[in-house]
Design a protein around this ligand. Sequence first.
Ligand code: FAD
Ligand code: NAP
Length: 893
Amino acid sequence: MVAASVSRATSGCTTQQVDVALVGAGFAGLYLLHRLRKDGFTTVALEEADDVGGTWYWNRYPGARCDIQTIDYCYTFDPELESAWNWSEKYATQPEILRYLGFVADRYDLRRDIRFCTKVKAATWDQASERWLITTDNDAAVSCRYYIMATGCLSSPKPPEIDGVKDFEGEVYYTGRWPHEEVKFAGKRVAVIGTGSSGIQAIPLIAEQAAQLTVLQRTPNFALPAHNGPAPADRVALLEGDRAGYREQARWSGAGVPLQLTTVFSWQLSAAERLERFENAWAAGDLVCMLRQLWADQGVDVDGNALVVELFRDKIRATVRDPEIAASLIPYDHPFGAKRPCLDTNYYATFNRPNVTLVNLRQEPIKSIVASGIETDKRTLEVDIIVFATGFDAMTGAIMAVHPIKGRDGKSLSDVWANGPQSYLGLTVAGFPNLFMITGPGSPSVLSNMVVSIEQHVDWAVNLLIAMREAGFTTFEATKTAQHGWTRHMADCSTLTLHRLANTWYTGANVPGKAQGVMPYTGGVGPYRGICDEVVSRGMLGFRLTGPNVAEQCNDGEIVRLQPDVRLVLKKLEEMKLAPVESLGAQGARDFVAELNADRPAGRPVGDVADGTLPGTDGPLPYRLYRPATPGPHPIVVYFHGGGWVLGDQQSDDPYCRDMCRRSGMIFVSIGYRHAPEHRFPTAAEDGYAATRWIAEHAAELGGLPGSVLVAGWSAGGNIAAVTCQLARDRGGPHIAGQLLVCPVTDCTFDRSSYNGYATGYFLTRSLMYWFWDLYCSPADRTDPRVSPLRGKLGGLPPAFVVTCEFDPLRDEGIAYGDALAAAGVPVEQLKARGHIHTSFTMVDVVITGVSGRVQMAEALRRLAGLPPEGKQVDGSVRPARTAPLKIAAAAD
Ligand code: FAD
Ligand code: NAP
């Protein structure tokens, strides 16, 4: 590493030479500077402001506080620092947080390496010297090996986008650039434009001082009371009881705060129980509690979320006396949590004050600012002061404001990001060597307690620089493959939550003309940390490392190819270190499955669930019938559960049957066919056929539409469904209108590539499949179409919808069956589910990313049954949607 020095550049200006130049002196920049210096890198920090603090330097408006409890919203890298500082309140004020950051800067003697009042204007990578040249607005450039942008996610205030601001003769203030001097509101007519977190914090305090306050609201937001005061005793006790453990739990949590996620679903709670949970969260005055501890489906399912929204609306109605004003303050256009909710002190009650007026800009938009105030399309609001609480060009604003950032081959970052930010891990960008972004787009950042995310990024980045130095590498760069994979993973993650359903600064929708997509990583802080660690443990996967005296290293690839929730399920299973199912014996395996099923989330309610028996070939077979809540008669789907012809019963795919019954609006009858090894081939197949025939004959008695049935099955159940179709064709009925085969077993050949590629590690293993085959069917019988339907005659079979999963040993035989059906002239649709495993679709409410697949399956069943698509009635009229339609912002790619 070169020593810090100053040299003369060709322009005649002095150029400072350092190992690392970093931009920003907020939480991120300060910790970075400390770590880099401690680890022996020569470093300079460049900061536009004249002091440290970042967010807490600029946002000095009345009421500015943190909205994550201060015992969590602080550095944790040094236990001595923690004991040296005591927070006075549950949510510290801006001045206190600023004092804290000043204290940190002094404690580690950071100011001597910060160049204040220095705005970085541009950055250019020089390939020959493998260094960045950073230019600033005060003539002193910096040449560095590594360039780190700690420029903040919410540091670039958005222009107001309203004409005429310059014509206004009164005072103008921006919450994100608040003056250091006191602003005097007393006796003044004040207007606040904007009701995000900043506006909602400032409005009650301005209302207390101003003669008249007019709040101009475009979109109402959710706000819950902070109930500020001393830090809650229970949280303090937890922290003090085991400080290291508490901090570690935060690092591996969903949002960077050590709170447990609830696992209870809304439909498992009565209305009174839901209200109680809501009231507790309301009383706790904690955003994270309200966002994560009500019920498990609140953040992932529109219906579960709507229950929270309704309770919020009741609170607003109960607080605001004028019903018309209350109605205007009620959020209507986004799920709770999809936009950042606010934490307030007396916000809604402020609208009961006689000196406060609410202007609903949806009803009277602003035309322009004029000399005397604000002109809407109905009137002129005469004011003395206008406060713009209009937010930020978030996540990318401060990065793109450094323009150009020229990387390899002179490519500019603003061109590369023209359609939205692309990154690897939200830390680096392909084509921009030796550049880090702290909490960049593509990382959890603003969806977390940001200090936790900042510390994680700083530690990861500095540790990489140390490791490179030790190995002799001088450059790192993300590969395009890795970045592409991350973009896709981001998009997959964004389907997990409801963030994509709101137009917010998270998606870029608040800035006119900005490319849209969910910018922060929605997969959670802990999982993200695990992924970053895995990049390292897999040899810096997705990075190219070079150095003057070492061979180039590039372990190219995508870090996450599984769907995010599938990945978590597999990790959990790995941690459980379970014995292979096949080692348990048939009864042991059945007990194990029963135990697993007892722990899974309860299935959703349907109209009716009834158990019964039907006559099989050798005696009665049990079944379970799921009837939709809608008026019948409904088409009937005869369903065969999975379990390798050995495990499971008519109830074992209960959540899947309920979900499909609800989504398709059809009766599902799940059959308890007999199992191996007690009943070997062809018992299961013959039971399946017999049950289907009986149900078709008794459809009307079961409340179904007579005439024909459909069949469906998963795994070995898919095998039985496929075989049943062949038997029905060959034995003169019943008429089967369609077959839904989910990850079906179709053939006895094990040499297909998915069998080998995904033999272990993806839940269903090759050795388990061998065991199932051995218990069910002797080798001599295996080519019989009643167990290997791929080997049967395929012409004349019912239309099919075949679902296969990418990481499933059975994938290729499922695809082969779909292809063979199509070749035989059978109408076939195939769903090849990317990133999924054998159990993805039956792990309802655990694998959330399976929803879209099940929606497609339900739509396919409706098509096969000749029903109109969901939402349309048989007579062509449109059934009212369960929830109001929402405008959907595009996902990251
Ligand atoms: P910042 O604090 O934004 O610092 C970035 C610094 O970079 C700034 O000082 C800026 O001047 C400087 N800079 C940017 N560009 C340049 C350039 N070109 N040249 C020179 N200098 C430059 N998060 C939470 O987790 N919890 C909270 O309670 C919370 N409350 C918030 C309240 C407000 C009012 C706001 C606006 C944000 C809040 N946030 C909160 C998010 C907050 O931004 C982060 O928590 C954290 O402070 C970010 O630290 P940072 O160092 O990454 O960025
Ligand atoms: P914001 O959430 O983006 O809110 C901006 C507000 O201004 C919105 O109500 C927006 O309306 C309105 N607005 C923007 N442009 C407008 C225009 N041209 N005309 C009329 N109205 C306009 O910004 P913010 O309040 O500064 O908060 C940003 C983020 O910073 C927060 O979400 C939070 O993460 C952080 N923050 C935290 C705290 C805290 O409590 N600790 C405090 C402040 C900020 P639309 O919704 O219609 O666009």
